[in-house]
Design a protein around this ligand. Structure first.
Ligand code: SF4
Length: 150
């Protein structure tokens, strides 16, 4: 499946995104930058301050249009906004198909291929992603995550 992956927020979120991309690409999916060919969209959100929440919500709404204008048939929202406000955003934005919590990133394949609407583990769970992380920082440097949350 061709996936458009949008990573917002901090560098810790970017590391989670790189791990999810590794899991997806090792299992036959590919990443695209083209809106028009995206069969699924994954948005890794942030909710640190008002502007970050606003950016996350605007991005979800912008990507939701691909379900009617493009070939997208799955919109997955993960990350901090999804974890903190899962009920609110599911109620307000019906285009969202799946919510994935920050401690459930190792379940991104199930979120993409399965039928459940919410994948949300306890906040003290430490997900183990069994795939090589795909660096999106160009190869000259990578972030090392030494803590969770902000
Ligand atoms: S850890 Fe904090 S800054 Fe980073 S994405 Fe989550 S809310 Fe945003």
């Amino acid at each position: 499946m061709k996936i458009l992956f949008v990573s917002l927020g901090c560098d810790k979120n970017l590391v989670d995104s790189e791990e999810m991309i590794g899991l997806l690409t090792e299992n036959g999916h590919c990443i695209t930058n083209e809106d028009a060919e995206a069969e699924a969209v994954i948005i890794n959100t942030c909710c640190f301050i008002h502007d970050a929440k606003q950016e996350s919500i605007e991005t979800i709404l912008e990507m939701a249009r691909l379900k009617t204008e493009g070939v997208c048939n799955k919109l997955i929202v993960c990350g901090c906004l999804a974890t903190r406000y899962k009920d609110e955003i599911l109620d307000e934005i019906p285009e969202i198909d799946v919510i994935l919590g920050t401690t459930s990133i190792d379940k991104i394949l199930e979120a993409l291929e399965g039928g459940d609407r919410i994948y949300m583990d306890k906040t003290d769970r430490m997900p183990i992603v069994k795939a090589d992380r795909v660096s999106v920082t160009g190869g000259w440097y990578e972030y090392l995550k030494i803590a969770e949350g902000c």
